[in-house]
Design a protein around this ligand. Structure first.
Ligand SMILES: [Fe+2]
Ligand SMILES: [Fe+2]
Length: 330
């Protein structure tokens, strides 16, 4: 063990669900907070046996670090593990693997209370999800890869609002996969709808967009305009000749609908509501929540629990779907 690494050389990573006995492509460090030292836990090329992995999780070691120069190896390692399960046969064992790998990524991102750490872990999720989404689009919708690239470029130099579609796409694709969807077509429909879901907001005034979550402060006309943004998204796609599947269009149209029938634009109720549209809504809310984290506010973990409880209390999300989502997030 040694501890020569400095803060600036290290990148925090999610407590990955490392497969026992598989070769790691990067040095893995843990941080000892008492003396602020990084300790090499495993060398690149080494592996961790199942006993050690179990001890690690029992000791509640949740934050790992890697050297900056190993970052791409880490992103590739996780993305490839997820990719290997996409399109795999639908078995209980595969579903468990899908749930566990997503859970370790999402949970350790959202369990934090330091906003800078959450942002950095969210960036890891985006980098991982980008590889996964690109490879999925390549197999099912090659012409959409260009749209995806353009949105990524925009997000890379963008404000939080421009980053929103990419964050939501990452969260949505990981959630969809984590609750058991491994079909390429479904995952690419989800990726495209998540990336494009809010382009209809470009037809609303900036004031309206900034108050989208405080509708009480909006006039009647403004509210009507806000409520029509899922439809405006589809109109814009039609005008620009961007063709999406019927499933992707439904996910976009219904991303603000609620199981209780009080959502918009159509007030779709109960089992008429598309399951993936509800997953997109959850990803959308999770991204909103990530931006609300400040050092003095409750941790993201507490906020996620409150969000899920609210879905349950208000019957916003279909109960059995909510159970599956909870299993991945909490
Ligand atoms: Fe929206
Ligand atoms: Fe949104």
């Amino acid at each position: 063990m040694f501890s020569a690494e400095k803060d600036r050389d290290m990148v925090p990573i999610q407590s990955l669900d490392i497969e026992a006995e598989t070769k790691l492509g990067f040095n893995l460090y843990v941080n000892l907070p008492l003396n602020q030292k990084y300790v090499l836990y495993r060398k690149a090329g080494g592996s961790i046996d199942s006993d050690r992995l179990e001890r690690l999780s029992r000791a509640n070691v949740s934050n790992f670090f890697i050297l900056k120069e190993d970052y791409h190896e880490f992103v590739k390692y996780v993305a490839l593990r997820i990719r290997a399960l996409i399109g795999s046969e639908d078995s209980a064992q595969n579903r468990r693997l899908m749930m566990n790998s997503t859970k370790s990524l999402l949970k350790s991102t959202l369990d934090q209370r330091d906003p800078a750490l959450v942002n950095s872990l969210m960036q890891n999720l985006n980098d991982i999800a980008v590889i996964v989404i690109e490879s999925v689009l390549e197999t099912s919708l090659p012409h959409h890869k260009r749209t995806f690239r353009k949105l990524l470029e925009l997000a890379a130099k963008g404000t939080d609002f421009q980053k929103h579609p990419v964050n939501v796409a990452s969260l949505a694709i990981l959630l969809t996969f984590g609750i058991g969807y491994s079909n390429e077509k479904i995952l690419s429909d989800m990726a495209m709808s998540a990336l494009l879901h809010d382009i209809g907001l470009s037809r609303c005034s900036p004031r309206l967009v900034s108050l989208a979550h405080q509708v009480k402060q909006l006039t009647f006309e403004e509210r009507e305009q806000l409520y029509s943004h899922p439809r405006a998204t589809l109109d814009i796609l039609d005008e620009r000749g961007i063709r999406l599947s019927q499933m992707a269009r439904t996910i976009i149209l219904q991303h603000h609908e609620e199981f209780n029938g009080y959502g918009y634009p159509e007030g779709v109720r109960g089992y008429n509501l598309n399951e993936l549209a509800q997953v997109l809504r959850i990803a959308d809310d999770l991204d909103g929540l990530i931006h609300e984290i400040t050092p003095d506010a409750p941790s993201a973990k507490v906020k996620v629990a409150e969000l899920l409880d609210n879905y349950h209390r208000e019957k916003i999300v279909e109960p059995s779907l909510l159970g599956r989502v909870r299993a991945v997030l909490v």
